[in-house]
Ligand binder design. Structure first.
Ligand code: SF4
Length: 120
């Protein structure tokens, strides 16, 4: 049986979690103060994912960067590939919040979208 120590990221309390991993379908979490911590701990031990945030350059707008994020979680082992895929991406205004900036990043099926509007 594998044991892991984790910190819950569900809220600022940051409960210290202990995970006992019997197998992929049998993970016991202790140390959580609520159900969110249990769900987070189990997922982190079996299928860790993250929402990614970054910025891309806006053409012709020196010093202005467009904040972007993934529409949903991507697998933790794809984070580097996803961030690398954004390198060199430049966008032109106008941009609306939730516009797709990069489709199917790193073949995850997830898009990077704008989190801010920029007018022309
Ligand atoms: S287990 Fe619940 S209370 Fe503790 S950090 Fe996670 S979300 Fe917050």
């Amino acid at each position: 049986m594998e044991k892991r120590e984790l910190t819950c990221i569900g809220c600022p309390k940051g409960c210290a979690l202990s995970a006992e991993i019997i197998d992929r379908n049998n993970v016991k979490i202790t140390g959580n103060s609520c159900k969110i911590g249990e769900v987070y701990g189990k997922k982190e031990c079996t299928n860790p994912t993250r929402i990614l945030t970054s910025t891309v350059e806006v053409i012709g707008r020196e010093g202005i960067m467009l904040p972007v994020k993934t529409e949903s979680d991507v697998p933790k082992n794809k984070i580097k590939e996803c961030i690398t895929a954004l390198k060199g991406i430049k966008v032109s205004a106008p941009i609306n919040m939730k516009d797709i900036i990069l489709k199917n990043v790193a073949n995850t099926g997830v898009n990077f979208i704008a989190t801010k509007s920029i007018q022309k």
